[in-house]
Write a protein that binds this ligand. Sequence first.
Ligand SMILES: C[S@@+](CC[C@H](N)C(=O)[O-])C[C@H]1O[C@@H](n2cnc3c(N)ncnc32)[C@H](O)[C@@H]1O
Length: 158
Amino acid sequence: MSWLEVSAALRELTQVRNDGGSMASSWRSFVDLVNADPGRHPFHLRAIVGIVEDVGRAQGPNRVRILDHGGGGCSTLLYLCAMGYNGIHGIDLHSSNAKRWNRLLSEVLDIQETRLFSYDGGHLPFADDSLMSCSASRFSSTCGRMWSIPITPRNIGF
Ligand SMILES: C[S@@+](CC[C@H](N)C(=O)[O-])C[C@H]1O[C@@H](n2cnc3c(N)ncnc32)[C@H](O)[C@@H]1O
């Protein structure tokens, strides 16, 4: 499917979110769209999807934990989540939009912990040793330095 189609489905989901309604039906439509043509992903997502799938094959999709460091509106995270990778986490310096998706996670996906945050750029909203190592990411060396964590292929940050 094209990114235009994905964006349209995301806009519809966002509208329902903003209106405060149930997102279950719009989420199901989004999931169906994302999975309509497995293996054919929007061009700009192919690299990260490939990485996630590699890790998912190695350790099982449910064990993959993903951080988008600069998650913005969470379009990439929501795309990966729709593919079945529920271990999404996002932080963003400026966007209050990101954390508004926590309602989708809790109400539709039964993920009760907060996964999406805005933050101050200095203090990551994760407990020490709770989450991240990074792999195959243009940010991996930065994140490794910032967080004093080993770079291993267990989890994914981008
Ligand atoms: C291109 S947008 C995000 C797109 C998003 N990753 C996606 O795939 O949909 C880049 C985001 O990075 C955020 N950002 C920039 N510098 C940052 C930093 N040091 N820490 C966290 N977020 C940052 C911006 O606020 C912006 O929302």
